[in-house]
Design a protein around this ligand. Structure first.
Ligand SMILES: *Cc1c(COP(=O)(O)O)cnc(C)c1O
Length: 404
C-alpha cells in the first residue's frame, strides 16, 4: 500500500494554504503538481550542465546531450517503443498532434476521411479540422451515448477504404472515460487507416505500451505527469515518421543546407528543429522515474479507491448529477447541481481552498451533447486523500445552500 502522507511530503505546494485554507488540489486533469525531485533536477541542470545539445564538442554540451538522450531512452522504455528515434520531444500534446496533422497535409486528398471521436479535447479536433480544410478531406465523428461511452457499432459503420486517419483519446479529460482504444486501433488498421492516440490524460494514470497497442502515433504532455510545462512526447512508428515531411524547418533538423537544396536529418532530429526545452526534456525523465518508483499498479489501485469514494460521497448531494457514468473510468468526476451554474460553485469552493476546474474543459462538443454550459471537474491524483474529498463534499454542500 502507498504511504500517502510520505508521498504528499514530496510535493511542496501541497502544504500551502490558499485563501487561508489548506490547499485541496483537484485540478490534476489540467496539470499535475511537481515533486521536489523534479524541481531539484531542473535547478541542477542549470547549475551544472547547461549547454546547447548536439552541437558542441565541449564537455558541457556533451553532458547535456547525453542527459537529453538518456531521457529519450527512458521514455522509449516507459512506453515500450521499438526504437528511441521513434520518440520525439515536443512542447506538449498539442504540438505533437499538430506535427502529425501538418504531415498528413501532403498525404490526404479530397474524398479521404478522417475520423475523430465526440469525446475529444479541442487539441485533437481543431488541427484535424484545419487539415481537412486544407486538403478537402472530410471529418467524421464517432458518436457517444448518455454514459459518455463511444458507440462502437457507429464507429464500425464509419470505417471504409476512404478512412485515412482515426484519432481518439485514451482517456477523456472532460469525463474520465477510458476508451476501448485497442478495438479502435485494430478496426482502423483493418481498413488501412493510420491511428493517433491522444494520451494526455492517460499517462498520469497508466503506462501505455505502444507496441502492444500497435498505434501509429501516441501523443502526451509532460506537465500532467509530474513533469515540467512545455514538455511532451510524440511517439510515431518509424515508417510513418519517415513518410511524413518535417513540421518546422531550422537548425538541428538538417543534414546539409545549400541554397539549391536541403536534406533532412535522420530521425528523431528531422522533427526537432531549433533549440528544444533541454532542461524540461531531461527532467521529464526524472518525473517518469518518480512515477515508476511509486508504481503504476499502486497508483491505479489507489486512484480507483478515490474515484469510488468521491462518486459515492458526491451522489449524497441532492440534485447532483455526474456526467460520464460509463464503467471504465479514470479518477475524474465531472458533475453539476440542478439549477446552479458550475462557475458559481467553483468560485465559492475556491474560497474554501478547493481547486477544481469549471467550464467546458476544452471539450465544447461534449457539453453541447449534454446541453450544459460546463461542469465542475474534480480530477484526483495519487497524492490526494479521502479526507480532501470529504472537504470538497462539505464545501459543495455549503455552496449549494448559499446559492439556492
Ligand atoms: C491537456 C490535454 C490536451 C492538451 O495538452 P497540452 O499540454 O495543453 O498540449 C490534449 N488532449 C487531452 C485529452 C488533454 O487532457
Amino acid at each position: 500500500m502507498l504511504d500517502i502522507q510520505k508521498i504528499r511530503a514530496d510535493f511542496p505546494i501541497l502544504s500551502q494554504t490558499v485563501n487561508g485554507k489548506p490547499l485541496v488540489y483537484f485540478d490534476n486533469g489540467a496539470t499535475s503538481q511537481k515533486p521536489q525531485i523534479v524541481i531539484d533536477a531542473e535547478v541542477k541542470y542549470y547549475q551544472e550542465i547547461n549547454a546547447n545539445i548536439h552541437r558542441g564538442v565541449h564537455t558541457l554540451s556533451q553532458l547535456a546531450t547525453d542527459a537529453y538522450e538518456i531521457s529519450r531512452g527512458k521514455v522509449k522504455e516507459h512506453i515500450n517503443a521499438k526504437h528511441a528515434h521513434e520518440v520525439l520531444f515536443t512542447s506538449g500534446t498539442t504540438h505533437g498532434i499538430n506535427l502529425v496533422t501538418n504531415g498528413f497535409a501532403s498525404i490526404l486528398k479530397p474524398g479521404d476521411e478522417v475520423i475523430v471521436s465526440s469525446l475529444e479535447h479541442h487539441s485533437n479536433i481543431v488541427p484535424w479540422q484545419m487539415l481537412c480544410e486544407k486538403t478537402g478531406a472530410t471529418l467524421k465523428v464517432i458518436p457517444m451515448n448518455e454514459n459518455g461511452e463511444l458507440i462502437l457499432e457507429e464507429f464500425d459503420k464509419l470505417l471504409s477504404e476512404k478512412t485515412k486517419v482515426v484519432t481518439v483519446n485514451h482517456i477523456s479529460n472532460a469525463l474520465g472515460i477510458i476508451n476501448p482504444i485497442k478495438y479502435i486501433i485494430d478496426k482502423a488498421h483493418a481498413v488501412g487507416s493510420a491511428v493517433l492516440i491522444d494520451g494526455a490524460q492517460a499517462v498520469p494514470h497508466l503506462k501505455p505500451n505502444v507496441q502492444e497497442l500497435d498505434c501509429d502515433f501516441y501523443a502526451f504532455s509532460g506537465h500532467k505527469m509530474c513533469g515540467p510545462t512545455g514538455t511532451g512526447i510524440l511517439y510515431g512508428k518509424e515508417e510513418w515518421l519517415n513518410k511524413l515531411p518535417p513540421y518546422q524547418g531550422g537548425g538541428e533538423m538538417i543534414k546539409e543546407v545549400t541554397f539549391e537544396k536541403t536534406t533532412y536529418a535522420d530521425l528523431p532530429h528531422k522533427f526537432e528543429a531549433g533549440t528544444p526545452n533541454i532542461a524540461g526534456g531531461i527532467v521529464l525523465g526524472t518525473a517518469i522515474d518518480y512515477l515508476n518508483n511509486i508504481g503504476f499498479e499502486n497508483i491505479q489501485e489507489y486512484e480507483h479507491e478515490l474515484l469510488e469514494y468521491a462518486t459515492k460521497r458526491l451522489l449524497e448531494i441532492e440534485g447532483l448529477r455526474i456526467y460520464g457514468t460509463g464503467k471504465n473510468k479514470a479518477s475524474v468526476v465531472s458533475f453539476n447541481i440542478d439549477g446552479i451554474h458550475p462557475y458559481d460553485i467553483g468560485s465559492i469552493i475556491d474560497k474554501l481552498g478547493i481547486a477544481v476546474r469549471t467550464g467546458h474543459h476544452c471539450a465544447q462538443p461534449i457539453m453541447n451533447f449534454f446541453c450544459i454550459p460546463g461542469t465542475i471537474r474534480a480530477s484526483f491524483s495519487f497524492y490526494n486523500t479521502k479526507e480532501e474529498i470529504d472537504q470538497m463534499v462539505e464545501a459543495v454542500k455549503k455552496a449549494q445552500t448559499m446559492l439556492s
